[in-house]
Design a protein around this ligand. Structure first.
Ligand SMILES: O=c1[nH]c(=O)c2[nH]c(=O)[nH]c2[nH]1
Length: 310
């Protein structure tokens, strides 16, 4: 049966590019997922395997990161126009470039209520929380006598664009990680906290207020901690809640380390360091997974170690 080639396109999909621009202590973030699809005179590569017209998908990926560094990301539209024009005008066989962009929206971590102990909105200008993501959870158990209430949240995505380091760790012959003195710290917070309320209806906590406050304390501790490891930040977040909320005795966290790697743009003559306008590759896996319980001194741990069982 004779066959002919129909519509075809190719490129690198889902380039996760994060750009941090610094305006003094105030940082700005652009977080995009960029997919490139190129089409044109591509019969030969399909029919005979000749790659002469094929600009590698790897190159399209590099172009996305290099353009983010060199030309900036004013808007998804402007960035896409720039890329599409480049591919079509620089490679004769490429007739059409389709750039699809998803943009993740972030907002600054700021004080939500007057009585929290935040250090002042304009002092922490490098801390962000992803918009509209998290899920609130609750587990209530009653045996006819006593209650156990475990509340929590998951997928609360937060990011500090500075004030994070990681160095001085154990090394063996398999260690290749470079010590970091200024890195992005980002995680999707999963947390479960257990209330010490068990029976007295009169002394029942205000669940709505308690949730709001716990969330706020968590975000503030994340933003305010100068972090030497995600483990240290986790402990700060947990102890802030235990110390500020007398109704909560125990909190367990599961924190993926959402790695952001500085892209090596040296081959394109572009210096890419953390000083300003740094471009990062946001990797999705594998990821570090940091988990721990923080307890009020003297109480028994009761939240299951594996939060997926809750
Ligand atoms: O905050 C971190 N904790 C680690 O245990 C770790 N391990 C690693 O490779 N990077 C990091 N970062």
């Amino acid at each position: 049966m004779p066959t002919i080639l129909g519509q075809n396109q190719y490129g690198k999909a889902e380039n996760r590019v994060v750009k941090i621009t610094r305006d003094g202590a105030t940082h700005h973030i652009k977080d995009l997922n960029v997919s490139v699809a190129l089409s044109g005179d591509m019969d030969d590569v399909h029919y005979s395997g000749s790659n002469a017209h094929v600009l590698p998908t790897d190159t399209t990926k590099n172009t996305v990161f290099a353009f983010a560094k060199e030309h900036g990301i004013e808007s998804a539209e402007q960035f896409g126009i720039h890329l599409a024009r480049h591919f079509v005008t620089s490679q004769e066989p490429i007739r059409t470039a389709r750039i699809r962009i998803e943009e993740y929206a972030w907002e600054r971590i700021a004080t939500s209520d007057g009585n929290s102990r935040f250090i002042g909105a304009d002092e922490v200008r490098h801390s962000f929380v992803r918009k509209g993501q998290e899920l609130r959870t609750a587990q209530i158990t009653y045996d006819g006598e006593r209650w156990e209430v475990i509340s929590g949240l998951k997928d609360l995505t937060v990011l500090n664009s500075t004030n994070s380091e990681f160095w001085g760790y154990a090394k063996d012959k398999y260690t290749t990680l470079k010590e970091a003195y200024d890195r992005i710290l980002a995680t999707d917070v999963s947390a479960r906290w257990r209330y010490n309320w068990t029976d007295d209806e009169q002394r029942m906590p205000n669940w709505e207020k308690s949730y709001r406050q716990a969330r706020t304390h968590m975000l503030e501790a994340f933003a305010e901690t100068y972090s030497l490891s995600l483990q240290q930040t986790l402990y700060q977040m947990g102890s802030r809640i235990i110390n500020s909320r007398s109704e909560i005795d125990e909190i367990r966290f599961s924190l993926p380390n959402n790695h952001h790697f500085l892209v090596d743009l040296e081959p394109f003559g572009l210096k890419n360091d953390t000083a300003d306008g740094a471009v990062y590759f946001a990797a999705d896996r594998p990821y570090g997974l940091i988990e721990a319980t923080v307890l009020r001194d003297g109480v028994e741990p009761r939240i299951p170690v594996d939060l997926t069982n809750l």
